[in-house]
Design a protein around this ligand. Structure first.
Ligand SMILES: Cc1ncc(COP(=O)(O)O)c(C=O)c1O
Length: 393
């Protein structure tokens, strides 16, 4: 019997990750320079490692409280207030299995079947998958004509068009895949559109420590009551493998959301929570040296891409560059990326994998060493030069 046809029908609507398939293909090519990676190349800071070792030795091997240890939630509360002027009590924080679970918990908690979620694109594909699994409808809004930002006009038009079944809008700043972020004034203006409408804003601020040009801005400041804040230590403290994320929202909302969290994962690993408590309690500035290094890498790649005639969305945060293939080269980004990997030995993710507005773009992650970046840029220059010569003969 073909049992898969008896599975949740929403699953059929979830696409396997093209990004992963491309990364797997590229990793099989010897000597390739890999710009596909979505995690820091740094190690977790030493003092955080030591806190985890102590935690094991002190036998912190039992379940933590479902929403997280008191110490970690207190440190989250202090950290958000000190660093970003964001105010959540420890009881308004849920410690999740990475930001990934925080996003899942929020989406599954908010949506009834058929509800709509506005997702500005190009986007991190996870939101689309979670909305689909929850029986909701992703409403993809192409932001390529507005510098990869959702504008108040676009948001208002989309809400008017889609009607009362819109329950959520997703904002991710600094953003994956574009590296674009919002100013406080821009977020305030989006908040004005949403205020007093029965719509949640899911604000994914996982890259908040990696803002290069301006201090981190947040919708939590203008629309706290309707906002669900997503964050974590994966990117700020190079802790992707520890799986500690954060979900913050007003108390009444957290009380409800914690049911999904509790019945999905019970609680995250106690040792990892102790490590995260150290990261946020005593490592508030751990990201600064990483950020300085990322910035150098970003500038180096940007200079090379500009020289090659690739136009780039201004990447003022995260560790991604989203760049438009120069107009005289192959314009199909999937073809371009596969050919560049095979023949130029450089792996950059096709931009169209991130949704409408991404055609003709590539995403390059600079979470890789400067030596690799230099090698990769030299190989890209050579590949582009070869393409240009072959077009003229
Ligand atoms: C925008 C965004 N949100 C969430 C995540 C997932 O974070 P975590 O590893 O903490 O689950 C990522 C990871 O790449 C991301 O880019």
């Amino acid at each position: 019997m073909e049992m898969t046809k008896y599975l949740n029908t929403q699953l059929a609507g979830v696409k396997a990750s093209d990004i992963l398939a491309f990364a797997n293909f590229a990793s099989g090519i010897p000597n390739i320079v890999n710009f596909t990676v979505g995690e820091p190349d740094f190690n977790t800071p030493e003092h955080v490692q030591q806190a985890a070792i102590r935690s094991i030795q002190e036998n912190h091997s039992h379940y933590a409280p479902s929403n997280g240890t008191q110490e970690l939630r207190q440190n989250v509360s202090n950290y958000l207030a000190d660093k970003y002027d964001q105010h959540y009590t420890p009881e308004e924080v849920i410690v999740t299995e990475g930001a990934t679970e925080a996003i899942y918990t929020a989406i599954v908690s908010v949506l009834n079947p058929g509800d709509k979620v506005i997702i500005p694109t190009p986007t991190f594909p996870l939101y689309i998958a979670d909305v689909t699994v929850a029986g909701g409808q992703p409403i993809l809004v192409d932001t390529s004509a507005t510098d990869f930002k959702l504008t108040p006009e676009l948001l208002a038009q989309t809400i008017d068009r889609e009607g009362s079944s819109v329950k959520m809008v997703v904002l991710n700043y600094p953003g994956n895949p574009t590296g674009v972020t919002y100013s406080q004034a821009e977020l305030d203006a989006l908040g004005d559109v949403l205020r007093d409408k029965p719509i949640f804003a899911l604000c994914d601020e996982i890259y908040s420590e990696l803002n290069y040009d301006h201090p981190h801005a947040s919708l939590t400041k203008s629309l706290r009551e309707q906002t669900i804040l997503i964050s974590g230590v994966s990117k700020s403290h190079a802790m992707t493998g520890w799986r500690i994320g954060l979900l913050c929202a007003p108390q009444n909302v957290v009380n409800e959301l914690s049911k999904i969290h509790q019945f999905t994962i019970t609680s995250t690993a106690t040792v990892a929570q102790d490590a995260a408590a150290e990261a946020l309690g005593n490592g508030q500035d751990d990201a600064l040296p990483m950020k300085a290094e990322y910035q150098k890498r970003r500038d180096y790649i940007l200079d090379t891409l500009n020289e090659l005639g690739f136009q780039t969305a201004k990447p003022s945060g995260a560790f991604y560059i989203y760049t438009k293939i120069a107009p005289d080269l192959e314009q199909d980004d999937v073809k371009f990326a596969y050919d560049l990997a095979k023949n130029g030995h450089v792996a950059a993710v096709p931009g169209s994998y991130f949704g409408p507005g991404g055609d003709h773009y590539l995403r390059l992650s600079y979470a890789t060493s400067m030596a690799e970046i230099k090698r990769g840029m030299t190989q890209l220059q050579q590949y582009v030069a070869d393409q240009r010569v072959s077009q003229t003969v």
